[in-house]
Ligand binder design. Structure first.
Ligand code: HDL
Ligand code: ZN
Length: 417
């Protein structure tokens, strides 16, 4: 018999148990199938040189950027450790995250001993470390970010390899949409008979390129990150290629198109990957896309906090729009809480509240432990609100809801014809 819960404390412990035990399908990461070897980053030095911490470390450093980049990875890691963990309390989300991960892996961070931590990681094997991290994070599967334009990644796909079924593929096409002038010659070199002008022949060849790579990697969706200036309709290569090649391709293959909106690339180029910033997106462009292409499915996350409410309202208007994640600069507890609460209040369970965006395998642990806690807090509060109306949720209700939020709604959206 399904037990109903109304007492807040009973509800809280039940929701915690359910959300903690619900397997997660992580729909956007920068991790790689183990077959990609070194491309799959893991361990304390990669955790410390993650670009989030690089940006934060430079706030305390007078060191010239070039001198930092000339250091070895372990020297960079040591410098970041000293600045952000020893000289200052590691209180930011990306620093706390490393400590959450180390603690979950059973390491005693109280000693603040980087060399001991390094020794532990050096004694681990990558294969069982993958399983350990995914188990500690509660992640059953994840989507990679796969770019045919990445010279290190492409050869592995062209060679072919036995897939790890936990690692799903997503086709990243930023160079195609955002740098057509330089990408067209690359496609030509790869045997696609394109010309700079987006004539019928070129569009056909771009679609053949998309079809080849969608099949090669078994893409679950296509994806692009867009600047705040992105507009649609528009007479630029991005909007034209999207309309004439990419969206027809997605309809043909029944795949969603993920739009990650609002990134200002290389605001400070001297910071490398850490140099990107944020800007307010014109969501009228998204409205235009959802309205003009009702047969297409749009997976969308926005980088600006100020765009979040309008995105939720658009999701109420267009069922071919699925909102996901607290991306990048919004992936901090205060904003995850605010945004998740707003989304559930406006669009209920038809949302995927979070993805990890992990670049380093071990990050799965903290990114998901921190977000699970917030999702638990928000759900508990909402169920308590329900209980006050006399509607008392059962454990089965919460299992269904948690499964929806942690990947089920995404799967359903992908399958929708
Ligand atoms: O474009 C993206 O997918 C972003 O997630 C960037 O990779 C960014 O550098 C990042 O890692 N954010 O978390
Ligand atoms: Zn990403």
């Amino acid at each position: 018999m399904n037990q109903s819960f109304s007492e807040k404390s009973d509800l809280e412990s039940m929701v915690t148990k359910v959300v903690t035990s619900t397997p997660i399908r992580d729909i956007h990461t920068h991790l790689y199938d183990p077959a990609f070897g070194e491309l799959l980053l893991w361990g304390i030095d990669d955790l410390l040189v993650y670009h989030y911490l690089v940006a934060e470390a430079f706030r305390h450093l007078d060191l010239p950027y070039a001198k930092f980049w000339a250091l070895s990875k372990s020297q960079q890691a040591e410098l970041i450790w000293n600045q952000l963990f020893i000289e200052h309390s590691p209180i930011s989300e990306s620093c706390r995250g490393i400590l959450t991960t180390l603690h979950a892996l059973g390491l005693d961070v109280r000693k603040r001993d980087l060399s001991a931590i390094r020794q532990w990681f050096a004694s681990q094997g990558s294969d069982n470390h993958i399983t350990r991290c995914m188990e500690l994070a509660g992640v059953s599967s994840l989507c990679m970010t796969n770019s045919p334009f990445d010279d290190l990644e492409r050869p592995q796909w062209e060679k072919g390899f036995a897939r790890d079924e936990r690692f799903h593929a997503a086709l990243r096409i930023d160079p195609l949409l955002l740098s057509w002038a330089t990408t067209a010659p690359t496609l030509l070199k790869w045997g696609y008979d394109v010309s700079p002008s987006l004539n019928e022949k070129t569009i056909g060849e771009v679609r053949r390129f998309l079809s080849d790579w969608t099949k090669r990697i078994g893409a679950r969706y296509l994806m692009v990150s867009l600047s705040p200036e992105f507009d649609f309709p528009a007479n630029d290569p991005c909007a034209q290629l999207l309309e004439k090649a990419v969206l027809p391709h997605c309809r043909e293959f029944g795949l969603p198109m993920a739009l990650m909106m609002g990134v200002k690339r290389q605001v400070n180029p001297q910071l490398g990957l850490a140099g990107d910033g944020v800007g307010l997106s014109k969501l009228s462009a998204l409205e235009g896309l959802c309205a003009a292409f009702p047969e297409n499915k749009f997976l969308v996350t926005v980088l600006a906090r100020e765009n979040q409410h309008e995105l939720c309202v658009l999701a109420r208007k267009f069922r071919n729009l699925h909102v996901f994640g607290c991306w990048w600069f919004t992936n901090i507890p205060s904003l995850i809480n605010e945004i998740t609460r707003m989304r559930i209040e406006l669009i209920g369970m038809s949302v995927t509240p979070q993805h990890s965006d992990a670049r380093v395998l071990d990050q799965l642990i903290y990114k998901w432990r921190h977000s699970r806690q917030i999702i638990t807090d928000v759900l508990t509060e909402k169920y308590v609100d329900l209980a006050q109306t006399g509607w008392v949720v059962t454990e089965a209700d919460v299992r269904r809801d948690a499964s929806e939020l942690l990947g089920g709604a995404f799967d359903r959206f992908c399958q929708r014809s």
